[in-house]
Design a protein around this ligand. Structure first.
Ligand code: KIV
Length: 278
């Protein structure tokens, strides 16, 4: 049986940290799930690290459904959270409910959407029909990017108060957890102590109840951006480049494929064929 939102909340109650990674495809999701991470987040960051967009704005519901299907086929243990892409939930509550339903049908156990107090009614409506929701405040890549660019959130008293107010409104609306993206560590600590649901930090310091990283960042597979908060556990770009270079050389020199990589006919069958075709 895989994890549920209730299990995620129980970890906060027990004082245990929650591990979250993004996943978009079957093979990587399988590895992360086997390790036992708590949540596989099918983030719309897929738009950047998998599809090559400059930001997450062009990502569509169809794309998110395909990624969610692939990840949910791989998981046995983790909770799968599907990210609602830009303009799939902002226009009206009906869109938000229908599109949340599409991600659940694609295999997600819960959905995530960006926004603070202004999204509380939408979140409540989704939760009321039985779909668990993860909130996302602080830097909201779908919209903060349009007005401010990448900026740390909660640096002033006023912006800190707004974040705290939003976190409380989201808790009140029924979210089971809240992502805090690029929030100052002091404000992330205050929020984590003020709400009963777990906070999942990305670039928000060590006092969040859990942490999330984009898997391509963590594995060193995405070179375009390297935010300060990313910890690279591997340099896969270098490893992959080396491997593909070796492969190219092997093909060009005839070293690949070797005998162990091909299939052969029985000699008698080959002789018979040669006789027939001349
Ligand atoms: O899309 C995503 O991967 C996210 C995480 C960065 C939290 O929203």
């Amino acid at each position: 049986m895989h994890k549920t939102p209730r299990d995620i909340i129980a970890k906060k109650v027990a004082g245990k940290k929650i591990s979250v990674v993004t996943a978009y495809d079957y093979s990587l999701a399988l590895l992360c799930d086997r390790v036992g991470v708590d949540i596989l987040l099918v983030g719309d960051s897929a738009g950047m690290v998998v599809l090559g967009y400059d930001n997450t704005i062009p990502v569509t519901m169809t794309q998110m459904q395909i990624f969610t299907e692939a990840v949910s086929r791989a998981r046995e243990n983790a909770l799968v959270v599907g990210d609602l892409p830009f303009m799939s939930y902002q226009a009206n509550v009906s869109d938000a409910i229908k599109n949340s339903g599409k991600l659940i049908k694609a295999g997600a156990d819960a959905v995530k959407l960006e926004g603070g107090i202004e999204m509380a009614d939408t979140i409540r409506a989704i939760v009321d029909i039985g779909i668990p929701v993860m909130g996302h405040i602080g830097l909201q890549p779908q919209t903060t990017m349009l007005s401010q660019g990448y900026r740390v959130q909660g640096k002033t008293k006023e912006s800190a108060k707004k974040l705290i107010e939003s976190a409380k409104a989201l808790e009140e609306a029924g979210v089971f957890s809240i992502t805090l993206e690029m929030v100052t560590s002091e404000v992330a600590k205050i929020i984590s102590e003020s709400v009963s649901v777990p906070t999942i930090g990305i670039g928000s310091g060590k006092n969040c109840d859990g942490q999330v990283l984009v898997i391509h960042d963590m594995l060193g597979m995405y070179d375009k951006l390297k935010p300060k908060f990313v910890k690279r556990y591997l340099s896969l770009s270098k490893e992959i480049t080396k491997a593909v270079e070796l492969y190219k050389k092997d093909v060009e020199s005839g070293r690949f494929p070797g005998k162990e990589n091909w299939f052969s006919m029985e000699k008698s069958e080959l002789d018979a064929l040669r006789e027939e075709i001349g």
